[in-house]
Design a protein around this ligand. Structure first.
Ligand code: NDP
Length: 296
């Protein structure tokens, strides 16, 4: 079997186009969704993410507010800025780029964001809402995975889903979302016994581990849908770095029914879902109908 490649780049472009259409509709009623991104320090990877987020926010017709603070900013000053953004009616989404410098308590900072503006879905209220099956702001990467799965499989009800990884930003919310779709969900992690056998049960296998090509083709059930969240930089044969996922793509693609590539699979979906969440937040705050197909 040769798997269908789930093209996240093309799908993300369609999501962004849908977001842009919705922004046009909102502008007709005098609303412009606004996303504030706060970056503390000079982490090079974070700077690239923040730049891309700002550019794509503007391309979708939304307002982008960037706040770049020096690495030695006090926690109190950051909390003060978050308070101002919470109170600003032009700001519908707030994202504090992680990781924060070591002298800051990330949980305290994230929980200071107004949950209605928490477009990353990391605020404890949104975590609780998602965990109890209520309407929440959903973390962007798992939301992107869910959109890809729904697009490819349609109804996920009754399927065996295995999520490898239990982080707060990917694994746990992914498992909650799949449970919400009526899958039978197993969350595996570093202490899971006989991981290959657990993976072989999966109709849907989501890998969010951070270990290059850890999951080979013979851990995959024939015909399964494989979502590879991992982004790992490894040295290529030519000495240059290349990106690989947590799944060994070549062997997995011989067995799976469908698979996301790395790069070009889940990665591009994350920012697209951030834009989608900003539009959703704007609609919810203004008690307008939510955009169809852009929420969990
Ligand atoms: P974390 O390091 O926070 O979590 C990794 C998880 O994998 C942990 O739950 C850990 O288990 C589990 N794990 C580690 N080793 C093994 C093993 N040998 N067998 C089974 N499970 C194991 O990572 P994240 O969730 O933040 O990210 C995971 C990957 O996804 C990374 O490659 C990251 O770069 C990528 N990522 C991609 C995004 C995108 O936009 N596409 C966004 C976010 C992340 P335990 O809890 O027991 O330690």
């Amino acid at each position: 079997m040769t798997a269908k490649i789930l093209d996240g780049k093309a799908f993300a472009a369609r999501v962004r186009a849908k977001v842009a259409d919705h922004v046009t509709d909102l502008k007709r009623v005098g609303l412009v969704p606004g996303l504030a991104v706060v970056l503390v320090g000079e982490d090079p990877a974070s700077q690239v993410y923040v730049r891309n987020k700002g550019r794509q926010t503007q391309e979708a017709g939304m307002k982008s507010f960037e706040h770049r603070l020096p690495a030695d900013t006090s926690e109190a000053a950051l909390l003060d800025l978050i308070g101002q953004l919470n109170a600003d009616p032009a700001v519908h989404g707030i994202l504090v780029q992680l990781p924060l410098p070591g002298h800051m308590n990330a949980d305290l900072v994230i929980n200071a964001i107004d949950p209605a503006k928490d477009v990353d879905g990391f605020h404890i209220s949104n975590v609780g809402l998602l965990g109890t099956g209520q309407k929440a702001m959903v973390p962007c990467t798992p939301l992107g995975c869910l959109m890809l799965l729904r697009d490819h499989l349609g109804d996920l009800s009754g399927m065996e889903a295995v999520v490898v990884g239990r982080s707060n930003i990917v694994g746990k919310p992914m498992a909650q979302l799949l449970l919400g779709e009526n899958c039978t969900v197993t969350t595996a992690h570093s202490r899971t016994r006989d991981l290959p056998e657990v993976c072989r049960r999966a109709d849907i296998l989501v890998a969010a581990v951070g270990r290059p090509e850890m999951i080979p083709g013979d851990w995959i059930r024939p015909g399964a849908t494989v979502i590879d969240v991992g982004i790992n930089r490894v040295a290529g044969a030519d000495g240059n770095n290349r990106l690989v996922g947590d799944v060994h793509f070549d062997s997995a693609a011989q067995v799976a029914g469908a698979i996301t590539p790395v790069p070009g699979g889940v990665g591009p979906m994350t920012i697209a879902c951030l834009l989608a969440n900003t539009v959703t937040a704007c609609c919810r705050t203004n008690r307008l109908p939510e955009p169809e197909g852009l929420t969990a």
